[in-house]
Write a protein that binds this ligand. Structure first.
Ligand SMILES: *Cc1c(COP(=O)(O)O)cnc(C)c1O
Length: 485
């Protein structure tokens, strides 16, 4: 049997819904009308939307078939570096779907929302403990939104000191959203190069840090998968000149229970609940990017904040220095419940999550480093970064290889990111994969690289066994076809 036959099964044709159905067909059978026909209100008459008439089975099959053309963490290994596409235990989904939570209306009075408020209050405490920070707001709805909140906090802090700093230091190994968030708040990002070890040198920061600089945004672990080992010294340099230190903690899954961000000089940090804390993502669904701060910045956190008084919980707007409100109602509560359930179900085992994430990434790195070029050969955190340098003479690129991986039943890793590595292949196996599954992935990648030497043409045309073959991505982006009727 072919070990990698992952995507060659039944792939059914499926026309558009508008091409299906028949006039008068319906999703359900209603009993015959037994009352008089009444004329319709004239103002409601009109063309109406031109929707197809479909039966229930047509609709169910349509969407079920479409879903089989897709790939998700429930289908197989999804080693998308930086994105943490790990398997999320279904029990956390179940808690979030409890009718008491799922059916709660955001306008319910506080006395009827005590459960949800208590969870939010406690989750803030849990996240503060995990990160070593003092206070948390769960309001931001994504990582980048958390960064934006953090930059507003930077701005509010400097304003409160009567200064108007205009620059932010952003290293070349920061996530792309970092300079964008800084710029959205009116700061000019100042780029700093990482050193030959793939991390920041204190000297490089000392050279650019000045009294016009509001602080630094460090992705830690950074996008090369390395822990910024000089972070404490860097934080001292920035603090000495009146700046603040922001850590992008989207990849906290590498360091939970191991690194206390509060103890290494971080002033503001965001987390991605939809990476580390058991919310599936990637499909454009909701997320949550809590922003965590040290005590001296607490008064700037977004409102409303959940406060507790004698065992009762309520939302308070009574924080005059707050940067304001960032989200409708409470934020994405369903995501918070998943995180709360995840943290409670693992407890101190959270540390093991991080240890396994790091172990798995290092295993992949060691097993593939003779096959793919490894630009930084040193222990990594939760992800490892290779390049296509060894395959370039064969005219085989990163894109060719990862497209071919699809034929072996795997989702491609992150590619061409981080930008500091030419032709980057960024692999994050995550902690939830078994040794056998990771070995299968490694064997598949080795096969693909072997094919690159034997039959490069085959790779140029990959994937071969999917519903849709290699797309012209430029044309798709430039000339999108958006019509459906
Ligand atoms: C994913 C990620 C982000 C952005 O998070 P979103 O929820 O997509 O906005 C920021 N920084 C890092 C390091 C990330 O991995």
């Amino acid at each position: 049997m072919n070990e990698f036959g992952g995507t060659t099964g039944l792939i059914l044709e499926e026309p558009l819904l508008t091409e299906k159905g028949k006039k008068g067909r319906m999703g359900m059978s209603l009993p015959r009308r037994d009352i008089e026909r009444a004329p319709m209100d004239e103002t409601l008459k009109g063309e109406g939307p031109r929707l197809p008439d479909l039966s229930e089975v047509e609709v169910v099959r349509h969407y079920t078939r479409l879903s089989t053309w897709n790939f998700g963490v429930d289908t197989g290994l999804y080693p998308l570096g930086s994105c943490t596409m790990k398997y999320n235990p279904k029990t956390n989904e179940r808690q979030a779907a409890l009718t008491g939570f799922a059916g709660a209306h955001p306008l319910l009075p506080e006395k009827l929302s005590q459960g949800a408020l208590k969870i939010m209050y406690e989750l803030e405490r849990f996240l503060a403990e995990i990160t070593g920070m003092d206070s948390v707001s769960l309001q931001p709805s994504a990582g980048a939104h958390g960064e934006f909140a953090g930059m507003l906090v930077f701005h509010a802090y400097h304003k409160s000191k009567g200064s108007n700093r205009t620059k932010i230091i952003v290293p070349d190994t920061a996530h792309g959203t970092n300079p964008a968030s800084a710029a959205l708040c009116g700061f000019s990002p100042v780029n700093v190069k990482s050193n030959e070890r793939g991390v920041l040198s204190p000297e490089a920061i000392a050279a650019v840090m000045d009294e016009q600089t509001a602080g630094i945004m460090v992705t830690n672990p950074n996008t090369l998968g390395f822990f910024e080992e000089n972070i404490k010294e860097i934080a001292e340099i920035v603090h000495a000149r009146g700046g603040l230190v922001y850590a992008d903690g989207a990849n906290m899954n590498a360091v939970m229970g191991i690194v206390s961000m509060g103890d290494i000089g971080i002033d503001v940090l965001h987390l991605n609940l939809h990476k580390t804390f058991s919310t599936p993502h990637g499909g454009g669904g909701p997320g949550a990017g809590p922003v965590c701060v040290k005590r001296h910045l607490e008064r700037f956190l977004p409102v409303p904040r959940v406060v507790e008084q004698g065992g009762r919980y309520r939302l308070s707007y009574d924080f005059p220095h707050s940067i304001g409100k960032l989200h409708a109602f409470y934020g994405n509560v369903g995501i918070m419940i998943r995180a709360y359930s995840y943290i409670l179900s693992l407890g101190p085992e959270l540390k093991r999550v991080s240890q396994l994430a790091v172990l798995n990434a290092n295993y992949v790195k060691e097993k593939l480093k003779d096959t793919l070029h490894l630009p930084y050969d040193r222990p990594c955190m939760h992800e490892c970064v290779f390049s296509d340098k060894l395959q370039a003479p064969l005219k085989v690129t990163t894109l060719d290889m990862v497209k071919r991986l699809i034929d072996y039943g795997f989702h491609p890793p992150t590619i061409y990111f981080p930008l500091v590595v030419h032709g980057a292949i960024m692999i994050e196996p995550t902690e939830t994969e078994s040794r056998e599954e990771i070995d299968r992935f490694i064997r598949a990648f080795k096969e693909v690289v072997k094919e690159a030497g034997e039959d490069p043409e085959r790779l140029h045309k990959a994937p071969h066994s999917t519903k849709v073959r290699r797309l012209d991505e430029t044309a798709a982006a430039r000339n999108p076809r958006l019509t459906c009727f």
